[in-house]
Design a protein around this ligand. Structure first.
Ligand SMILES: Nc1ncnc2c1ncn2[C@@H]1O[C@H](COP(=O)(O)OP(=O)(O)OP(=O)(O)O)[C@@H](O)[C@H]1O
Ligand SMILES: [Mg+2]
Length: 292
């Protein structure tokens, strides 16, 4: 599904960002990519998105050799991926609904389908009551859930997330990764997520690829890369906090879509991603049109 074979990347200014990186991500895997600032994590993500081309080596995604991909095919390729960034990248003068619908409109999905898929994805992420809000009316966590809804609405086979929790508080970070994890488990969507947050990596116990100064330092299947952490005491503290903490999102079947939900069919499984009723009762927004 994603293969890096001997990939090196030297930027024009001479910075060697990646040095002979090789790894494979199979369909349905969830992989964290970790490493210090400047290690080369975003360069890996940009290479997968075909924003950067390796100086040498091979990157193959969904069977496409990205170095050979024709420029005119790049937008279509990118639309086949779900992409989530640290800074959300929502369109400020569009409502939540339109932000999510936008990625369907640009691919000429028929209106009837847009009218069923967008509300479905908003409901899934606990955002139905925010459909008419503008991004500035939302909290950071809500904005990131809109970005996640937008990434999901095309039913991508891969979601690429570069520090999706970087701009939100720790409690909401768990919520976002919980959602990604459920999407991965229930829909078989492959997830590649860059993060700095060691407690998330430890808690979710997924595969971890560690990059250090452009080199692949470790690739652990079990999730916990012990050397990432500064001490056992610190980890002990995290474990206690986490085990006493309730999951941020209610994944119970209260919020499950009905069997006729269009996205349920589209991804071959029902999304069991729920919402937290106590929080979702909170503030609704003014009707759309404010910024018409
Ligand atoms: N467009 C560019 N031109 C030149 N050098 C770049 C460019 N983009 C990144 N770099 C350099 O490449 C190296 C890897 O950068 P990258 O953004 O991949 O790191 P990162 O691991 O994502 O860091 P962070 O955790 O701070 O986001 C760094 O030394 C960075 O300064
Ligand atoms: Mg980065």
């Amino acid at each position: 599904m994603i293969e890096f074979a001997g990939v090196s990347k030297k930027y024009k200014n001479g910075t060697q960002a990646l040095k002979n990186i090789s790894f494979k991500v199979e369909k349905g895997e969830f992989v964290f990519v970790v490493g210090a600032s400047g290690a080369g994590k975003s360069t890996i993500i940009k290479t997968i998105l075909r924003e950067e081309i390796p100086t040498s080596g091979l990157v193959v995604v969904n069977g496409y050799n990205l170095s050979r991909m024709k420029r005119r095919h790049i937008p279509k390729y990118r639309r086949s991926l779900g992409i989530v960034f640290q800074d959300f990248r929502l369109i400020p003068n569009m409502t939540v609904y339109d932000n999510v619908a936008f990625s369907l409109r640009v691919t000429n999905v028929v209106s009837k389908e847009i009218r069923s898929r967008v509300p479905y994805c908003l409901k899934l992420l606990g955002l139905a009551h925010k459909a008419k809000c503008y991004p500035e009316q939302l909290s950071g966590g809500e904005q990131q859930r809109v970005a996640l809804a937008r990434a999901l609405v095309n039913n991508p086979s891969i979601i690429i997330a570069d520090e999706p929790t970087g701009n939100i508080d720790p409690e909401l970070s768990f919520e976002i990764v919980d959602l990604l994890s459920e999407i991965n488990i229930q829909c078989g969507t492959t997830i590649v997520m860059v993060t700095h947050e060691h407690e998330l990596v430890s808690y979710f116990n997924k595969r971890v690829i560690t990059i250090d100064d452009g080199v692949l330092l470790a690739d652990t299947r079990s999730g916990t890369a012990d050397y990432l952490f500064t001490g056992a005491d610190l980890m002990d503290g995290y474990s206690k906090t986490l085990s006493s903490r309730e999951k941020a999102i209610d994944f119970s079947d209260k919020a499950l879509p009905g069997p006729s939900d269009p996205c349920a069919t589209a991804c071959g499984a029902e999304f069991p991603v729920g919402r937290r009723p106590d929080r979702d009762k909170q503030r609704d927004c003014a009707p759309a049109g404010r910024k018409a």
